[in-house]
Design a protein around this ligand. Sequence first.
Ligand SMILES: Cc1cc2nc3c(=O)[nH]c(=O)nc-3n(C[C@H](O)[C@H](O)[C@H](O)COP(=O)(O)O)c2cc1C
Length: 363
Amino acid sequence: MISSLPPLVRARAFCDAFALRLPILMAPMAGASPASLAVAVANAGGLGGCGALLMKPEAIRAWAADVRSQSNGSFQINLWIPDPPPQRNPAHEARVREFLSQWGPVVSPEDGDKMPIDFREQCEAMLDVGPAIVSSIMGVYPADVIARMKEKGIRWLANVTTVAEAREAVAAGADVIVAQGMEAGGHRGSFDAERSDTALIGLFALLPAVVDAIGDRAPVVATGGIADARGIAAALLLGASAVQIGTGLLRTPEAKLAQAWADAIAKAQPEDTAPTRAFSGRLGRSIATAYVKAANAPEAPKPALSPVQRALSQAMRDAATKAGDIDRMQAWARQASRLAATEPAADLVRRLWSEAQALLTPS
Ligand SMILES: Cc1cc2nc3c(=O)[nH]c(=O)nc-3n(C[C@H](O)[C@H](O)[C@H](O)COP(=O)(O)O)c2cc1C
């Protein structure tokens, strides 16, 4: 059993299988995965990551070329599996637009029609780039895409938030399961968008349950709220083969994050973040800003479904980023954000692994 191996032996086996020197993955973060951060993590011996949701095919190709030119090319490319097209409700959207117009520029009815970048074209670009690893969130890839990945020898990491999703992903051919606890910053990867509020499972409960359910069929990577060497050691003791870190890398210089967002991460206690649908229509964990609190309040109109809410909130988010205004900014962050360090990403990743190894080595 993979899970019965001593933690450091299990982590070493994972590193050997994926040509890594240390078992730390940069989380793929849509809008926050600059090539500079992936290069730093890959060059430290971990896995770089690209959250490609918001990238056109040519941008995906350019990102991969950039990272390959500066590193050994150890990275994952990640896509969101699209939800079924949403039922539109013009009367309700009008209430949402009115609410959003109090926080940013006036939102017009057509703003909600903006479509996301074509998923199939993004898949083509990803397969064409041919990374060693791809990952998914919000579901599993269509069978034909999985078959083409397998033909090309690309390995697939599937993000899951429940034991049932882990079983579904393994049955579909996932090579690695990424168990995402509800502490995670950013979007919650529930396969069914409607269930994400009820299936809010913390990593301490989810990880051993997924490890036990999957057995030897796939190694499990832990993600969500892992903030320092204590978290890495705990995740490996609970059966993970590696960890994936998102918010914890966002204050490094290579992340090039908007200053107001980075400062808010530095201050946030665990209780200062909140799950919300107010930015995209999908549930995600953000700093509990003034906008998030107001939009989550019972009297506020329920956000529109994904991807309509993302389109409707675009003008407010853009204006907030331009003004450096954290209260209206889309500022994803995990619980335990405050522990995010500011040293260069390569130093941070190496230090975290060296400290975690010390914690896991009997004295
Ligand atoms: C800014 C941001 C953007 C994210 N975008 C994505 C994404 O596009 N795809 C994805 O699979 N996960 C995404 N995530 C979730 C991460 O993959 C990971 O689950 C999460 O960061 C782990 O929790 P942590 O922030 O506590 O480390 C994002 C997280 C953040 C903080």
